[in-house]
Design a protein around this ligand. Structure first.
Ligand code: SF4
Length: 382
């Protein structure tokens, strides 16, 4: 049985300058049609999954109305998908109300992830965000009042025009909000985004050295304030008596991705990994709805990875986590011995100072974590 379900809500009030996720503008008729299709897709897959984690991402899931959410929760309840260990909804600070937050809590949502990105007004504008810094503070207050005790805040660094001083004060202000979890990503210049086009047109330069300094400042500052890094971009507040190899507030849903687990992806543009096969739903709400309404799977294709390719992908993803690759667990899961099949690649990473062997694991060093994508690419085979 599948233990993780991702559901994509493809609507945003406005497209951010850097964003390459599939989303479209709001239109109440289209949103209603989408909700009806999603509910049908949930019903169709109910017997396939017995989820421990459910994650609504987007897009901006909090743009859906209370009435639409009630219909979705009824479908999740009918599918038996509400009594889960970790139930996350993502949202934008401009779209969070006490009514909605309370409805979420009443239906078992126990983790809320908010896209903050920056607390600097000019940078929020630069990124094309629809929210203000004040809305962030107000939303955190609303979510706490509704009873959320597991909040994630998303931040970005190395934003064009962001200075070290601005980054430092954003970190301080974010830390004062005492969220249980922080996800901090360096800006990525994705093709076909306005930010990428501005870069191509020479509107600004990328300062890699400063990006490294920002990363180091973040890792040190968050550690000093009690957050444990467990993945290159993810930190969770750790409890004094914590013994697990992951912080208690680590995102279980994402850990399943990083360890090569299976998951169901529902909604337009959602990806899934089922019985060794990857698939992708149509990144087009009309095509998605048409397929569901005609009782067809809304798939835009898929692929079956061979065992070596699948194992190497799992190794590359696991390297993103601070604990690295658990050697025995990896062999149990994939049938391959990492130290044997990837002996030459591991040696190269160690010689470069990017990785090390430690307590039954192979993991990146602090320097290597900064280059996790390149290090992971070394392991891809098949
Ligand atoms: S709110 Fe999120 S999903 Fe929507 S455009 Fe901005 S970054 Fe993309």
């Amino acid at each position: 049985m599948i233990a993780s379900v991702y559901l994509h809500v493809p609507f945003c009030a406005k497209k951010c300058e850097y964003c390459a996720f599939y989303s479209e503008g709001t239109d109440s008729g289209r949103m209603d049609r989408f909700v009806a299709a999603l509910i049908k897709e949930i019903g169709r897959h109910a017997a396939l999954a017995n989820p421990k984690t459910v994650f609504f991402g987007g897009g901006t899931p909090t743009l859906l109305t209370l009435a639409q959410w009630r219909r979705i929760f009824a479908a999740l309840t009918a599918a038996g998908w509400t009594n889960v260990e970790e139930f996350t909804i993502e949202g934008n600070p401009a779209t969070i109300s006490l009514d909605k937050a309370t409805l979420f809590r009443d239906h078992g949502v126990n983790r809320f992830s908010m896209g903050v990105q920056s607390l600097d007004a000019p940078l929020l504008e630069r990124l094309g965000r629809v929210h203000t810094r004040e809305m962030v503070f107000r939303s955190v207050d609303i979510l706490r009042r509704a009873g959320f005790d597991n909040l994630n805040l998303d931040l970005m660094f190395a934003i064009p025009g962001q200075t070290m001083a601005v980054w430092s004060s954003t970190l301080d202000e974010i830390l004062d909000l005492k969220s249980e979890h922080l996800s901090c990503y360096e800006v990525i210049y994705e093709a076909d985004t306005p930010l990428y086009e501005q870069l191509q047109a020479g509107a600004f330069d990328v300062d890699e050295e400063q990006a490294c300094e920002m990363y180091d400042l973040m890792v040190d500052r968050l550690a000093a304030r009690g957050y444990r890094q467990y993945e290159i971009a993810n930190f969770a507040r750790s409890d004094a008596d914590e013994r697990d190899d992951q912080p208690r507030r680590a995102c279980r849903h994402n850990i399943n991705y990083w360890t090569g687990g299976e998951y169901l992806g529902l909604g337009p543009a959602a990806a899934g990994h089922l019985q060794g096969q990857r698939y992708q739903n149509w990144a087009n709400t009309d095509l998605y709805c048409q397929a569901i309404e005609a009782d067809r799977l809304p798939r835009d294709g898929g692929e079956r990875l061979n065992p070596l390719a699948k194992a190497s992908e799992s190794a590359a993803f696991s390297l993103r986590m601070n604990r690295g690759i658990d050697l025995r667990g990896f062999e149990d899961r994939t049938g391959f011995r990492l130290e044997q099949t990837w002996a030459r690649e591991l040696e190269t990473l160690v010689v470069n100072g990017w990785a090390e062997h430690a307590e039954g694991c192979f993991r990146l060093t602090r320097r290597g974590l900064r280059f996790a994508d390149a290090a992971g690419a070394e392991l891809l085979k098949g």
